[in-house]
Design a binder for this molecule. Structure first.
Ligand code: PXG
Length: 445
């Protein structure tokens, strides 16, 4: 058996074939950064350095890396049954995992549709929303509403409702009939908020304006990240999500929370819906469901939605949608083991306990050179830097690289540095993340 850590370091010619995602390929291939091993809070690089993981991989390894219970479950499942067809056939782990997820899900959300990534979860949720409106006799409701700065993955549905120009501009006209709410972050109004900003709930009223413009009878669903992650951590203003819920309910519009980042403890609760006290009609998830170990995503829908599809002839397929790898046995085994570990170690409560520590450490960076804002909620934080004149993103990228050289993995998006450590993070590791950032920011231009 060849282990990644035994493979000799790659020569530069070996780097050409792989077209890397969301990566500066030429920059990377001129100075590669390779991980070959992971354990707990640390990665090991191919030159043998330990790197403290301040970002749970990419917002996903919530329980820390290579936790033995999850590893053993995946290994055992691979030997027991590698794959089972997902259409017109089942396997017990899929049902068991769906039940476990429903136990954690808020209120009336009690059915789970499985897929393999956050992007697929979003496309599935948007399709379910359109189909639900149709089966209940509201087939004219085809419009979807997202939000500026939203990230909903990279499928055509996701980039259409998403609100990040760089992810949209290369790819044509996208889905027709999509509109966007304004984002909620205005530096002059809510910079340096700890947790939820006080200002901004009224921005949800923009939905009333869109309803007036398009008419409710044309609108199927609104999709938002309760806390916007990828764009650089925008925490919802107090009362904002409640207002979105009231307006959507009033007009027969479905509310979808994209919880690909926030689900499974990231906010110190099962879902962000719990922390913010707002129950959507659907929740998309991915990442943390398997603690990042095997790709998996899904949509949790309310019983009302599920039941509306169950009215046709009993032998008929109710929803013409699904993936070869929906509820893949390895992913289900990993998911059940991850949920077991979260429960047995009470890791969501630990995330909630460590969140004030992360908040204090990050807000301690106020006044550090280049810093213009600091935001946080749950086990999520961000430090926004002033852009270098004429070179947006350059200072952020340099900060990212310098932190990596100093042995700390953070995430950079433009000039924002995001943090999301695993829930097993220790006080001293949070301090190290913050002090590394302070050192780097003090020395770079
Ligand atoms: N929705 C949300 C809210 C996400 O954050 C997706 C959908 C898509 O998931 P997949 O599994 O298709 O990648 C995401 C993914 C970052 C970063 O640095 C964020 C994501 C992925 C990679 C990096 O912020 N979010």
């Amino acid at each position: 058996m060849t282990l990644l850590s035994d493979v000799p370091r790659l020569a530069s010619a070996d780097l050409d074939a792989y077209w890397m995602p969301f990566t500066a390929n030429r920059q990377f291939k001129s100075a590669p950064r390779m991980f070959v091993k992971a354990e707990g809070m640390y990665y090991t690089t191919d030159d043998g350095r330990q790197v403290l993981d301040g970002f749970a991989g990419l917002w996903c390894c919530n329980a820390g890396h290579c936790r033995p219970g999850i590893v053993a479950a995946i290994q055992a499942q691979a030997a027991e049954m590698d794959y089972a067809p997902s259409f017109q056939m089942g396997h017990p782990l899929a049902f068991r995992l769906a039940n476990r997820i429903v136990e954690l899900a808020p209120g009336k959300l009690d059915h789970v549709f499985f897929c393999n990534s956050g992007s697929e979860a979003v496309d599935s949720a948007l399709k379910i929303a359109l189909a639900w409106q149709r089966v209940r006799g509201e087939g004219a409701r085809t419009r979807l509403i997202g939000r500026e700065r939203g990230y909903h993955g990279v499928g055509f549905g996701g980039i259409s409702v998403g609100g990040i120009a760089a992810n949209r501009k290369m790819f044509g006209t996208l889905l027709a009939g999509v509109d966007h709410l304004p984002h909620t972050h205005v530096l002059e109004k809510n910079a340096y908020s700890r947790g939820q900003p006080e200002w901004g709930a009224h921005l949800a009223d923009e939905l009333e304006r869109l309803v007036t413009l398009h008419d409710a009878s044309t609108i199927a669903a609104v999709i938002v990240e309760p806390l916007a992650g990828s764009t650089g951590v925008l925490v919802p203003p107090r009362g904002y999500l409640q207002r979105l819920r009231e307006i959507t309910r009033k007009h027969g519009i479905l509310l979808i929370f994209d919880e690909v980042i926030t689900a499974f403890g990231r906010m110190g609760t099962n879902f962000a819906a719990d922390l913010y006290g707002v129950e959507p009609d659907m929740i998309t998830f991915a990442k943390g469901v398997t603690s990042g170990t095997v790709p998996m995503g899904g949509v949790i829908v309310s019983s009302d939605i599920y039941r509306a599809f169950m009215g046709g002839p009993p032998g008929a397929i109710e929803l013409f949608h699904g993936y070869t790898y929906s509820a893949h046995p390895l992913a289900c085994a990993a998911g059940i083991a991850a949920l077991d570990l979260y429960r047995d170690e009470d890791l969501f409560a630990r995330a909630a306990r460590m969140a004030p520590k992360l908040e204090a450490a990050l807000h301690g960076l106020k006044g550090t050179r280049h810093v213009v804002d600091i935001r946080n909620h749950g086990m999520v934080g961000a430090v926004e830097l002033a852009a270098r004149a004429g070179a947006p993103g350059a200072r952020g990228f340099e900060t990212y690289l310098e932190c990596f050289e100093a042995g700390v993995l953070v995430r950079q998006t433009g000039d924002i540095i995001a943090l999301a450590p695993a829930f097993i993070v220790e006080d001293a590791q949070i301090d190290r993340i913050a002090s590394t950032l302070r050192d780097v920011l003090s020395r770079i231009e």
